[in-house]
Design a protein around this ligand. Structure first.
Ligand code: F6R
Ligand code: MG
Ligand code: MG
Length: 378
């Protein structure tokens, strides 16, 4: 059976501030998807949330980028935004940048990651959902899952993974894409995707069979809106086992709470904490950034799950390490590299603040007497 898993998400209003999604909004989204299920549009669905982001997880047979599935997501978010406005929730409709639906949610604000595949006899899938960060946050974990034998033992000791993986990388600034094959081109790949603000891994394929293994959302809200309108809070879907990395190999990269851009006002570097569903409300300095993982068995288009994959004491150390890093970084307040560098601040409110200083800057002219005399060490 050919199944599509579509994960489409948006922040349609926060509770309290940018911390969580009100239960009424989740119930409202569930009502919309239940009606679509009854009408036969989706085979199954789940509504989850991480931080202030509402996550629609939908299985169906209509393929990726399907207009009716995207319309369903868009209308569900519109209804959520209206309810959020009515309830006085914070930033109602924050991620809905357009007024009229144009056939896809792409470029309209919501993020989406979709995979279409022939279901294997058993199909374990993980859905990663992050808050207070952006698409480049997946680059490091995806590299480690699919190209680093120190993370994924299967690359060395399983014939099924032999031949490696093909990474599709998107340049989100110049709207170009490139494909790179690992292991041969892993150094080139790293040279690109280490620049997380510009390059995002969009899909990963198993080279020998061409099968899609992973897909992530690569939307950059600020690049769509032309100004800071919140972080992109990305999602990523990864199929596991068999020809692909095992569930444990896919989760293992998150044992390093690596630094990602986001956090307070989308303007700070901070550790990405792997957390349980219950810990998915970022309250410290609007953070630190965090990721949840929902595990499913996809069977005949139906979703068995979710299992809350980071709800395991084995990730306690990663969380503790992340919290130590958070303490250390916070002590640097508004100084780089805790605060993002100038290029990354381009679409925040900082340029407007600094523009007020422009008329006060004057040229520096050195008077001859102020130059150090020749031979005098300075
Ligand atoms: C970061 C985020 C928050 C807000 C911050 C200011 O992605 O959503 O850190 O940027 O709370 O929010 P506003 O500008 O809505 O007052
Ligand atoms: Mg928000
Ligand atoms: Mg968010």
């Amino acid at each position: 059976m050919r199944t599509t898993l579509s994960v489409i998400k948006a922040d349609v209003g926060g509770y309290v501030g940018h911390v969580a999604v009100h239960p009424d909004l989740i119930a409202d989204a569930e009502r919309h998807l239940a009606a679509a299920h009854k009408a036969g549009l989706v085979a199954d669905y789940r509504v989850l949330r991480v931080g202030d982001d509402l996550q629609l997880i939908m299985s169906h047979t209509r393929g990726s980028a399907d207009e009716e599935i995207h319309r369903l997501a868009w209308e569900t978010f519109q209804a959520g935004a209206n309810l959020a406005r009515h309830m006085g929730l914070y930033g109602a409709g924050q991620d809905l940048l357009g007024d009229a639906f144009t056939g896809t949610v792409k470029g309209m604000g919501p993020g989406s990651a979709e995979v279409t595949f022939d279901e294997r006899p058993s199909e374990p899938v993980l859905v990663f959902m992050a808050d207070k960060t952006s698409a480049g946050a997946w680059n490091l974990p995806l590299y480690r899952m699919f190209a680093d034998p120190f993370n994924t033992a299967g690359l060395v000791i399983s014939e099924a993974l032999e031949g490696g993986f093909r990474f599709e990388v998107l340049d989100v600034i110049d709207h170009r894409r490139v494909e790179l094959d690992t292991p041969e081109e892993s150094y080139l790949l790293l040279a690109l995707i280490g620049t997380t603000r510009r390059y995002s891994v969009r899909t990963v394929r198993h080279r020998r069979t061409g099968e899609i293994v992973a897909a992530s959302s690569t939307d950059r809200l600020s690049l769509i809106a032309g100004k800071y309108v919140g972080k992109d809070d990305p999602v990523c879907v990864v199929r596991c086992q068999g020809n692909f990395p095992a569930v444990g190999e896919v989760l293992e990269p998150f044992s390093l709470p690596h630094l990602v851009a986001g956090w307070m006002r989308g303007s700070h570097n901070g550790p990405l904490l792997p957390v349980s569903f219950a810990q998915a409300s970022p309250t410290r300095f609007d953070g630190p950034p965090r990721v949840i993982a929902a595990g499913f068995q996809v069977t005949g288009g139906h979703l068995l799950g979710p299992v809350d994959m980071f709800d395991d004491l084995a990730f306690d150390r990663a969380r503790q390490e992340g919290l130590r890093v958070a303490d250390y970084l916070r002590r640097q307040g508004p100084f780089e590299p805790h605060r993002l560098g100038a290029e990354d601040m381009e679409y925040t409110t900082l340029p407007r603040v600094l523009s007020r200083l422009a008329p006060r800057f004057e040229a520096v002219v050195e008077a001859p007497g102020e130059r150090p005399a020749a031979g005098v060490a300075s």
